[in-house]
Design a protein around this ligand. Structure first.
Ligand SMILES: [Zn+2]
Length: 229
């Protein structure tokens, strides 16, 4: 049975599962017939995860969770959109999840496409794909400008990915009152994490409404510690 956890406790549970996965000691919890039957009436997931669609980010596997544990929303590059925000709002308002995990990863194809798209002589992308990756372009331009105007080929894709991740968490708070209110009331935390493909680790880059004692964050941490309106 899953009880409603605090945001920090929910993140701890996910970190513990990720550590088991990293250590090659997964328990594969909540994947049996009893669990399936128990869940038939209702779901009480530990968290909602909004991540990149990349096949290597299989959500329940990398956090060693099972049926009914995660409410998952994914698209290429984890780009905020109407249906994404609505799905996350549903998880927060109706399912009462205490945690949103936004999951990016290194070597992301969508981030690469956005970086390549900033070149003056970039070949046009198919319209639907361009529409998806265009929100990542400001992160690419910012990193490009801060690096002293090096060429697109030299731009650090991992820096762009982390910038895009921070932007995504900020956009989420700005675009949804349900989410920002829940954070302000202490009912919801948000963790923007970067998944390292080779190591299997989900490393926090930005946290909102989470007690950060002992949580290592990757890269420079921005001002966003509390929910903004
Ligand atoms: Zn990706």
């Amino acid at each position: 049975m899953t009880q409603t956890l605090t945001p920090t406790a929910a993140w701890k549970q996910m970190q513990d599962g990720n550590q088991r996965f990293v250590d090659d000691a997964p328990r594969h919890p909540n994947q049996d017939v009893a669990r399936r039957r128990h869940l038939a009436e209702a779901q009480h997931p530990v968290a909602t995860l909004f991540g990149c669609s990349d096949s290597r980010l299989a959500a329940e596997i990398i956090f060693d969770l099972g049926l009914g544990d995660l409410f998952v929303v994914r698209n290429a590059g984890q780009v905020i959109g109407e249906s994404i925000v609505a799905s996350l709002e549903y998880a927060v308002a109706v399912l009462e999840v205490p945690l949103i995990v936004v999951l990016a990863h290194d070597s992301c194809g969508a981030v690469r496409a956005a970086i390549d798209g900033t070149a003056i002589d970039a070949a046009p992308l198919p319209p639907h794909i361009w529409k998806l990756v265009a929100p990542i372009v400001p992160a690419a331009r910012k990193v490009l400008a801060e690096s002293g105007g090096s060429t697109v080929d030299e731009i650090d894709a991992e820096l762009v990915g982390r910038e895009h991740l921070r932007n995504t968490v900020g956009d989420l708070l700005q675009s949804s009152e349900i989410i920002s209110n829940a954070v302000a009331e202490g009912r919801l935390g948000i963790v923007g994490a970067n998944y390292r493909l080779a190591e299997g680790t989900a490393v926090p880059v930005i946290t909102v409404g989470i007690e950060t004692d002992g949580i290592e964050t990757e890269g420079q941490s921005p001002a966003t510690k509390e929910g903004s309106e």
